[in-house]
Design a protein around this ligand. Structure first.
Ligand code: MG
Length: 327
């Protein structure tokens, strides 16, 4: 997403707010499958709380709290922040948070003055430590340092404090190198391509990963990259399509009242949402449009579902268009 003209300070704030907003939104659906989410929420865009953590609307989880620990630790001691980050980790741990990952909990329990040793022992205890817990909190590193090598090194360092597995450290480095490019004003897609080239993550830009979006750090990052690469494009296209339709709807409703309408700009192509409620209150269903020989707009055939009703001023929002387009 282009943010030309946005100040560096605003981009940094945007990154941190983004962590908190995404966390408050996503905490609601944590541990739910895509199918369960669709069934319960459709396409969730509102911060409603609830979920497995019984969140208040707007309440954040460990992702945001540990991100703040990293940010404050770096601000305290930018040259060597490990001790100050660790001090904040432990203070948060002792506050008895409701949401704390198994690997991180075990590393904290094993900490005895040496963070890397604690991470190693946690890995030995659990038999694995390639979760996404260090990835979720690593962004402040990219916001704090300007040199890419230093960003990479510090990203790995904060990861190794709790996650022994090298794949976690690699993921944090890659993620933050992308973030640094964006912070410096690069466009999203070239930045993704530049940093994933020649890595196991490159294929995630081309096609959907052949794995579930689990808590395994590689799965997490592959899906995150795929969504960045593809969903934003589809979402923007859906927004443009929705705005265009709304303009057409308003124009056509003005011109033709409550009749079944045909788009003048696209003769022969009319979609369910161009069907209006008659002046006498008669509901015209999408099926009526099909009976009238109209075709749905490309990519939104689901809108023909007769169960989707349209009132006289019922316009598709961008989110609805996105969902209905099957995104
Ligand atoms: Mg969380």
């Amino acid at each position: 997403m282009s943010d030309r003209g946005t100040s560096l300070a605003d981009r940094i704030k945007g990154g941190l707010y983004g962590v908190a907003v995404g966390d408050a939104l996503g905490g609601t659906t944590e541990f739910m499958s895509a199918k369960e989410i669709r069934r319960k929420y459709g396409y969730l865009t509102d911060i409603v709380g609830g979920g497995v953590w019984d969140l208040e609307p707007g309440e954040v989880t460990d992702d945001t709290m540990m991100t703040l620990c990293v940010a404050e630790g770096i601000l305290d001691c930018p040259d060597d922040p490990m001790a100050s980050i660790g001090k904040r980790f432990l203070a948060w741990y002792r506050s008895d948070p409701k949401d704390i990952g198994n690997i991180i909990r075990r590393a904290f329990a094993r900490y005895d003055g040496h963070w890397f040793e604690a991470a190693f022992l946690a890995d030995q205890d659990l038999g694995r430590s390639a979760g996404n817990g260090s990835l979720m909190r690593c962004l402040p590193v990219a916001l704090a340092y300007a040199d890419p090598d230093r960003v990479d090194r510090m990203s790995r360092m904060q990861s190794k404090m709790t996650h022994y597995d090298e794949r976690c450290n690699e993921a944090c480095g890659l993620y933050n190198r992308i973030a640094l490019r964006l912070l410096n004003g690069e466009e999203l897609h070239p930045a993704l391509a530049a940093e994933t080239q020649g890595t196991p993550y490159a294929s995630a830009l081309a096609e959907a990963p052949d794995c579930e979006p689990t808590g395994f750090v590689v799965d997490t990052l592959r899906w995150a990259l795929y969504c960045l690469q593809h969903r934003l494009r589809r979402r923007r296209a859906a927004c443009r399509q929705s705005r265009r339709r709304q303009r057409h709807d308003r124009r056509d409703c003005r011109r033709a009242g409550g009749r079944v309408l045909r788009l003048r700009r696209h003769p022969g192509r009319v979609c369910g949402h161009h069907l209006d409620q008659g002046p006498a209150g008669r509901r015209v269903r999408a099926a009526d449009g099909a009976a009238a020989g109209c075709r749905p707009l490309k990519g939104v055939h689901n809108l023909w579902s007769p169960s989707f009703s349209f009132g006289p001023k019922r316009m598709l929002s961008a989110d609805e268009a996105f969902v209905k387009a099957g995104a």
